[in-house]
Each structure stands twice: as C-alpha cells, then as structure tokens.
Design a protein around this ligand. Sequence first.
Ligand SMILES: [Zn+2]
Length: 476
Amino acid sequence: MKKDASIKKTDMEKLFHEFKNAWVDLSDNDRESTFKMAGEYKKFLDAGKTERECVSEIVTMAKENGFKNIEDLIAIKKPLKEGMKIYASYKGKTAALFVIGKESIEKGMNIVGSHIDSPRLDLKASPLYEDAELALLKTHYYGGIKKYQWAAIPLSMHGVIVKKDGSKTSITIGEDDDDPVFVVSDILPHLGKEQAAKKMSEGFTGEQLNVIIGNIPLKDKKVKEHIKLNILNILKEKYNIEEIDFVSAEIEIVPAGKARDAGLDRSLILAYGHDDRVCAFPSLKVIFEIEHPQKMAVALFTDKEEIGSVGNTGMCSAFFDNTVAELIALEKQGYNELFLRRALAQSKVLSADVNAGFDPSFPEVFDKRNSSYIGKGIILTKFTGSRGKSGANDAHAEFVGEIKNLFTANKIVWQASELGKVDAGGGGTIAYILANKGADVIDCGIAVLNMHAPFELISKVDLFMTYKAYKAFLQG
Ligand SMILES: [Zn+2]
C-alpha cells in the first residue's frame, strides 16, 4: 500500500471501540431527568417489595394512566382500535400492559419482559415455635441467596393470610419507623471458630434462617409454650388469625427499610429487589408514554423467575399466550390459533433483566473485556447460560445488530457483556421461553452489584439509559 493511500491516524482510532461512562456526555437536562426518575423509582421500590405488592402498584398506575381492564373488554366483546391501552393481571402476581399498534397483532409485537419476584425468606406452613425463651418463625428461602447475608439485619414481613372463613388479610410489618422489625440471629465471632472454618456455603444453613418474633410470655398462664402463645394472642387480637391460618398464608420476610441514595455524589441507589424491578420500572414508565406504536407494544411483568419461571404466574405458564389470544379474538371478532402462533413468532423481545456488574473487589470472576460496568449504560447480553452456554437463549447476530443500531441512533449509552467468566458460573432469564415460540429475544438490562443480597446497588444513569432504550424499542 502506498503511503498516501494508508488510513489516517485519526480514522484509525475510529476502528477501536470502547464502551464509555454514561455520565460523561449527559446533558444538563438529562442529568436532571436522571435524578428525577431515580426518585420515582425509589417510591416504586418502597411500594412494591413483593410480587403481589408490585402487581397491585402496576394495576393502580395503569388505571390512572387510562389503561382498561381486559376482562371488561372481553365481557362486551369490544373491538380493538389502534392506540387503545389495555391491562391484564393474573392471580395478583403477574401482569401485562398493552398499547394497540397500527399493525394487526398477528404481525408481531414489541415486548419488554421483566420479572417482579425477588429472593427472600418465605414462612413455612407451620412456622411458629418457641425455643430458649424466644418465639421464632421457620422459613424456606426463595431464589438463590447467600444465606449468611440475611442474618443480623432488620427484616420486615409482607404478605397475605387466608383465614378459616375464607377471608384474606394483608399484612405489612416493619416498614414504618414506629413498626417493630424482625431478625435472624448469627453466632458471635468469639464462638464462631467452627463456623468460620466451614465453607462459606455451609457456614449458615437453611434451617438456621429462623426469624425471631418475640420474648414475652403470656401472663398468668401456666402453659408449655407461653411465649409462642403470647404471639398467637397478639396475632388474634391484631389480625384475627390463628396458628392453622399460616398453612394458607404467603408471608415473605424481606429486608426492612426504604431504598436509599448511595455515594457522596448520590449517583447510586442501594435497595432491596433491584433484580428485577430496576428493569420493570422503566418498562412501566415507558408503556404509559407510548402512543400509537407501529406494532402492539407490551410491558410484561412475570413472577417466579427466581425459581425457574414455573407455576401459573411464571413465564412458562399460559398467562401471556392466553391474554394475547383474547386480544386477537377482540381484534378479529373471532379466533384462530394460527394468529396467535404468528404473533408470537414474529415478535421482538427485550428480556429485561439485570446483569452482574464488574466488581473491582472480585475481579477474578469476571472477564474484564466482556463484563458490564456500573454507569456504562444499558447492557446487551447476546447469551447467558453457564459452562458452554448451557440453557442460553443465544440471540441471532441480525437481531443484535438491529437493537444495537436502534440504541446508537437514539443516542443511548449501551454496553455489551456476558455474566462473569466462562467457567465461573452463569445464570438465565425468561429469554429462552419466548424464543421457544419463535420470537427474537435478547437480554437487555442493568448492571447490579451485590446481586441477590438483601441490598443491591445500581447506578441512576443506567436506569435512565434503560428507560430511553425501552422507549425507542417499544415505540417501534
Ligand atoms: Zn433477575
């Protein structure tokens, strides 16, 4: 090659690509929006610490934003019109919001799918017992946790109890400043020599995750378990519930306290349940702002992701397919399964879930060149899975190219990563489930530190970029 035909040095540098920090080029306006959105998000987190509370919050907000209940439309066989806003929820634990597009549903949908369940401690069916002058509750943890992290921190209690007469009582204890909190005890270091010598995964067992809930015995009663009885007495007085009612209860023990700004520059949020409400919230905010999309826009909020997307409210259930089938029946004023199959196969999906951000204190489990970073914007994860991509939805290059170009065209700061080093472990999301039906799916969410710990950490700028990204995608 002749010298004058060679590439100039400045052009040569353009051949490199480095993902950049999203704060750097953020305009003053966007900086303001970032902090404002973070405030709204913190309120959403505080209002929804369980999947039930999240769905209730989502449905309330949907109604306020003009979304109609699909059940009401089905009852009157209301024909669908472009621009209509509709919501559906199931068993109070999963929900989907739709904005009807200009094109027919069978031409495909644009879907952002997140999950609203988070790791926690669930009460067992017969949880209450007394031991060593304490009343305690037995728990069974839900999702992947490092058990020792849940001891010696303030915990709150959220859930529902279905009583003998069939009525349902909701409870939330431990969130108001005046409320009592609960705690799982840990052994003191002075006597913890044996515990410390164990493997970390064995130092705290599932059967040690017992929640302390009382110490005062019932007065003037010569009964065997007088402290337990006092607790039962309080439960009867305050909530009219009895020991047998725990069998038909769903009580979730979660970290007590509100979402908080973190860092002296207030750039971060420390909170319980970022995984995956940090993706659910921007998709919810976006679906409220979408008007007249080309294809039907969908914000989907699923349950049970942390335990394999099972059950009738998880992504493997018929809920979403059934709901889209109902919409097709309203659109066509009749139904043929082929329309549903076409709709699913021609859909595009962002599987909106968190990714493990690079942790400078644990660099050994990450590939620095292929990790996501806190503050570098929304993440495109072509594939998840573990050890040889096992269980992964591997997005096609064509679809990755399309999304990458969409984000770049909309000035969205994004990064590409996978979850940790090849042999370090791995994980999965709901991506493969919709891919099984023919849809193009890519994992696309936010970097989190301390994932699955009682308090997780995210950057506000990543939340803002994710909002912008989901908006560009759903508007179609
Ligand atoms: Zn998740």
